[in-house]
Ligand binder design. Sequence first.
Ligand SMILES: O=C(O)CCC(=O)C(=O)O
Length: 387
Amino acid sequence: MNNTQSVTHISAADHALLMEKYIREGEVRAYALENRGPIKLGPDGKLDKEILNAYREHGFYVFENVVDDTELRELREDVERVLSRAPVEPEAALDASGRPAMGPEFTRYPYRFAKPLSDPLGGTAKNKGRHPVKMLNPTPGEDAPSWTIELLTGNLHLMDSCLRLYGHPGLLAVAEAINGPDFVPYNEVAFIKEPGLGPSVAWHQDGTTHWDAPDWNEDAHGFNFMTQLYPSTPANCVWVLPGSHKSGKANIPALVNESGSERLAEAVPLVCEAGEVFVVNRQLVHGSFANSSPDRRVTINAGFFPRARVLDVSTSQLDDRMETYNAERIHARSRIIALGIDARQQRFPGEPRFNYQPLAGEIEENRWNEENREKLLKNYNLNDIYI
Ligand SMILES: O=C(O)CCC(=O)C(=O)O
């Protein structure tokens, strides 16, 4: 087995068959971990210790019943709207209904396309070579389109429902428990894996800055929340290698060699129902296979870092630009947390309001209204933080 794998031509149907046994065994391993349940907060509003311990042990936790039916419907409708406004193919001016496509009004283009069932990153130098092994590229069905949208970037200015989800008091309490009360934002993207089309995200670990730091630890590169708008199934979901967030930089080609294929032995699927949320350490070895299944996955990602891992850190981005995150930059980006909290409170006034401590005295400045949509939210993702 080398980094390009020996099976080069496989139909989508054969790929699905190849996954069957792996899926069965992986699911058993996943449910044996006992790291799933509702978000539990104590009377002091702090996350239950057992949940935190399970997250720390395995590098992920599955939160059940986070998003109710109303919120789920709003999130799905927003994703549909944004997808319906996408250009019909990369660089096209019009959407599928012949309207001017959405995109040019944002400084960072919101849509990323891929070839159906392809692996755009594996075995390439892209993303700083973070994805060393190419995944299988099954041949899509004859009726497949030339392109599929695999990613939306800048969820919070694209979709108000995502801004409201961002202010979720339970999820923010989890962020506080893991990263400390002064946690800071990373970015927000949506992974779209259409049935029979969704591309792979080859095995990788996120984070590029602190691997060799003398004070490196399991939380050095933060975590992602992954909210599922449809069931996350073993055939369409992200798979992770439990505990790998604690062992430093993994040798992914060696893991693939030892397993005899891209189907890493000991990996488990992140399975859950719609409306549930994974919290996933970014240092976990993780990836997703080509979606040869009949089921769609849409994941709303939002990540957070410990402030100490970001403040005054200079680091290069995935596209090699150097950036430094000074206190002013962190403050500007963190205002979007306050904005999300206010947007959520206006939509769901019966819920407790999360107290984001770094901006506790700035509630008035960060009210959710049309003025701040333009002033603070539009193109907020130019201030995304990446380590
Ligand atoms: O959702 C996926 O398929 C991949 C997610 C991922 O790799 C990430 O969030 O870092």
